[in-house]
Write a protein that binds this ligand. Sequence first.
Ligand code: CA
Length: 225
Amino acid sequence: MLLIEDDEQIVASLAKVLRQQRHVVEIADQGAVGLAKLNAAAPDVVVLDLGLPDLDGTDVLKMIRSISDVPVIIATARDDEETIVRALDLGADEYVVKPFSGEQLDARIRAVLRRGRMKAPSVVTLGDLRVDISAHEATIDGRPLELRRREFELLSYLAERAGELVSRDEIAREVWNDPLSTTSSTIDVHISALRRQLGETAAEPKYLRAVRGVGVKLVAPGSEP
Ligand code: CA
């Protein structure tokens, strides 16, 4: 695990407990050092203090997310809802509010790692549609679909949640990472583009079932509405 935290006392006490719990602990006292260590050490989880001396913690989080899917636990000094919500929107997996104990942090770390292991498989097959999420490839009957980046991300997200109705709010938050300015019509445009590639229309859906005003789900063709 990688601990990005500048407070020496906190680092010392956390590192002691975490090492007792058999974590391999890498420490960075600045954001830039943390990003370098993330690349070099490929930790299984990152604990990120939001109040760092060199960079803004949320900027460090954005940079982490642009290069890695590693679980990130935010450590914040204040129980500040706005900051926490923003960090979660930016892709943090969990948060702890200072002061917290090493045992508490260890429990959060185990929780995010457990969640990671339960993540959906990276290849999802529905009828003739095959979505390989890690390879960024989707095919129907072996024929590759021509999808733009966001269209693929939308398809992957729906594929991970196959059979579940996913709301537009959730799509805006999880696929666009921008719940405030992503409009329904932006999402609709991408759904239409996906439909074209999937060889279907809104009137005659195969894989994409939309429920007006609620959301959309990805299913195997021919399954119950
Ligand atoms: Ca700090």
